[in-house]
Write a protein that binds this ligand. Structure first.
Ligand code: XMP
Length: 524
């Protein structure tokens, strides 16, 4: 695997995450590093190819990130995309200027048929082709453009605005594209990346998740030696996959700490303990901390959502820290950080961000020698694949996301043990019925939450004045935007009847039809 790797150098663009993913989809392992990764490090990693990403800067600004000229003497194929293409141009003596008009979105581009990069690209049937070129659709997003290719380069694509929409120096295996092949709106973009990775870089394309898992397990063994590792386990997909990987690598040198903050779904603590505890299949130490009352005490009377989040995060840290001290002499902290967590805070100082992100903000003063984050280059669906490779049961691997602050942000207003119980029961009924209706795999996330509203009802001959539960179900791919799912009325009706009949303290059930934006997925 080590010899068959592509390095993506990140110049800060918005599609960077996609590039790594597209490369891995070609069966080639890929890692993303800051553009400033020293040449010596690149040499040591011995990649088959290097991809330079887009970015928001203007290359002719003094402070903007630049390429190291030595990059082009390593005899490793290089592909620059958007800003990356301009960085190559600038570095090798071509000319980049501010374009007379910006190009954003779908744009017609003419591709030189004979270029190795555009192999097998037929172009748009409906667009008239010029001799030697095929017309295609690409995704553009730029204000600057390349006006003059560096010496030794041949122009291989153009648009009505861009005289150099792509260029190549075949002799040195350097390619540069102004548009974004990684974005699905570029017709055959993924074919271009595949050609670069497999034909030009000569990668084998045989990498699969099992190789990644094996490699990581070996790396972890080497890093940890005979040291002790602590892992904050929430039972969610990322931390579970991380824990199992660690367990395969170092067995009982690993201690997983699971904090029950009293804001978990019904039976969740028991389920997590069943899988990871002493009777479960994994070789690790498991500690469950019952800290419910501590959290309820801290949250008493607090209604402001951000304050609630902060209290839960802070208290989590305290509990975790106390446990770390009790175990003592723990050198390593393992976290299930995944790539989207890293980009939230920028790649440059990702290690620090990670330790602050995953468990609601681990403090710097918990004294660990090193943080281990084996999943930090993967996306959620890739983590799931790794989980399956590790033999984790499907029902755990395909769990829907559950936020760190748990039911604390699904109870609008102040949190009490009584309200937690209501929302746990209502949510359990909802989940059971959604699964019975066969919809549990097609809805991205669904849960019951408790509004802070009480309203008048009638049950039997009595007046009631109880809470309203709200049901939420959304469909999304990235959880950044979402649509409310259109659940069958029979299902909603059955869930409503069951909740009102079976859960004390609820007299009304509502369905949340709001998308994101303008709402968020969680209530708070
Ligand atoms: P929102 O509510 O921001 O949620 O639309 C987007 C996704 O993120 C999850 N979420 C969290 N996950 N810690 C987490 O680990 C949190 O504090 C948190 N807040 C929201 C949410 O469940 C949804 O999947």
């Amino acid at each position: 695997m080590k010899n068959d790797m592509i390095i993506v150098l990140d110049f800060g663009g918005q599609y960077n995450q996609l590039i790594a993913r597209r490369v891995r989809e070609c069966g080639v392992y890929c890692e993303v590093y800051p553009y400033s990764l020293p040449i010596e490090d690149i040499k040591r990693k011995n990649p088959r190819g290097i991809i330079l990403t887009g970015g928001p800067n203007s290359i002719y600004d003094e402070k903007s990130p630049k390429c190291d000229r030595e990059l082009f003497s390593l005899n490793i194929p290089v592909l620059g995309l958007c800003y990356g293409a301009q960085a190559i141009t600038h570095c090798l003596g071509g000319k980049v200027e501010s374009a007379p008009a910006s190009e954003y979105g779908k744009t017609e581009v003419e591709l030189l048929k004979d270029s190795a990069l555009f192999k097998d690209i037929a172009g748009e049937e409906s667009l008239k082709a010029e001799s030697g070129y095929v017309k295609n659709i690409c995704w553009m997003s730029h204000t600057d453009y390349i006006v003059e290719a560096p010496e030794g380069f041949e122009v291989i694509a153009k648009t009505p605005i861009c005289p150099v929409a792509a260029m190549q120096c075949e002799e040195k295996n350097i390619y540069a594209i102004q548009f974004h092949p990684e974005v699905m709106h570029t017709r055959d973009g993924e074919k271009m990346l595949r050609t670069f990775v497999l034909d030009i870089c000569k990668c084998e394309g045989t990498w699969q998740m099992d190789a990644f898992v094996e490699e990581k397990i070996t790396q972890i063994k080497e890093t940890v030696g005979d040291g002790k590792v602590l892992c904050a386990l929430s039972g969610g997909v990322d931390s579970s996959v991380c824990a199992v990987m660690l367990s395969k690598a170092v067995g009982k040198q690993l201690t997983c700490v699971f904090v029950d903050h009293g804001l978990l779904r019904k039976n969740e603590a028991e389920e997590v303990e069943g899988v990871f505890g002493a009777n479960g299949p994994y070789d690790l130490n498991f500690i469950k901390i019952d800290a419910q009352q501590r959290f309820y005490d801290k949250l008493a009377g607090v209604t402001e959502p951000e304050q609630k989040r902060k209290i839960i995060g802070e208290e989590f840290i305290r509990v975790f820290e106390e446990e770390a001290k009790k175990i003592g002499a723990v050198d390593f902290l393992a976290q299930g950080t995944i790539y989207p967590d890293i980009i939230e805070s920028g790649l440059e100082d990702s290690a620090v961000i990670k330790s602050h992100h995953n468990v609601g903000g681990l403090p710097d003063y918990v004294d660990f020698k090193e943080i281990i984050e084996p999943l930090r280059m993967l996306f959620k669906d890739e983590v799931r694949k790794a989980g399956l490779e590790l033999g984790i049961p499907e029902h755990l691997v395909y769990r829907q996301p559950f936020p760190g602050p748990g039911l604390g942000i699904r109870i609008v207003g102040d949190v009490t043990a009584e309200k937690v119980k209501i929302v746990q029961e209502a949510d359990a009924i909802y989940r059971e019925e959604v699964a019975l209706a066969g919809l549990d795999k097609s809805i991205s996330q669904y849960f019951a939450a408790l509004t802070n509203m009480r309203s008048v009802g009638v049950m039997g001959d009595f007046r009631t004045y109880d809470y309203a539960v709200v049901l939420r179900a959304i469909t999304t791919t990235d959880f950044m935007t979402a649509e409310a799912s259109q659940l069958p009325w029979e299902l909603l009706s059955k869930v409503t009847t069951r909740i009102v009949n079976e859960v004390n303290g609820v007299s009304r059930v509502m369905y949340d039809c709001t998308g994101k934006p303008p709402a968020t997925i969680e209530m708070e």
